[in-house]
Write a new protein. Structure first.
Length: 157
């Protein structure tokens, strides 16, 4: 599946609250400058149907996805960037979210960066993949995880 097809399918899910994979952040009422970390092609920002007074930003490591996001959401600002080194100034956003990407990062470093770009009192929203997806992502390095997590997971699969 190419990036445009993925975007189309993911947007369809994001717009359908009855879909089992539907998951959108709830925008705080005070949020006027928001950042989607791991935005891919901008489909979550589009699905949020942001108010006109809201400035939307996104960053992702995939250049092709960022270019597609620019095409679909020309009023939003998209940059190439990693969660561990966000290309934004300190205290830039009052709402930051990262939907399903945190496991693919250096988590402690990413959390420091997410906090750095938030204004004082800003809100952070994170989500994880479904457990089956996490299991697939971690499959090759399972022995590197703490024993208590490994033993819990092995008994719950």
């Amino acid at each position: 599946m190419n990036i445009a097809e993925y975007r189309r399918n993911a947007l369809q899910v994001a717009l359908d609250p009855s879909h089992r994979l539907h998951l959108l952040p709830r925008l705080p009422c005070h949020a006027h400058k928001i950042l989607d970390v791991g935005c891919h092609a901008g489909h979550i920002l589009e699905a949020l149907r942001l108010p006109d007074d809201c400035e939307a930003f996104g960053c992702d490591i995939n250049a092709e996805a960022v270019e597609l996001a620019h095409q679909y959401l020309p009023k939003s600002k998209f940059l190439l960037g990693q969660a561990e080194a966000l290309p934004y100034a300190n205290a830039s956003f009052d709402f930051v979210f990262a939907r399903g990407v945190i496991l693919a990062t250096n988590i402690p470093r990413a959390l420091i960066e997410l906090n750095r770009v938030l204004v004082m009192g800003g809100k952070l929203w994170l989500s994880l993949h479904r457990w089956a997806d996490c299991r697939f992502i971690l499959q090759g390095t399972w022995d590197a995880h703490p024993p208590e997590l490994s033993s819990w997971a092995h008994t719950h699969w």
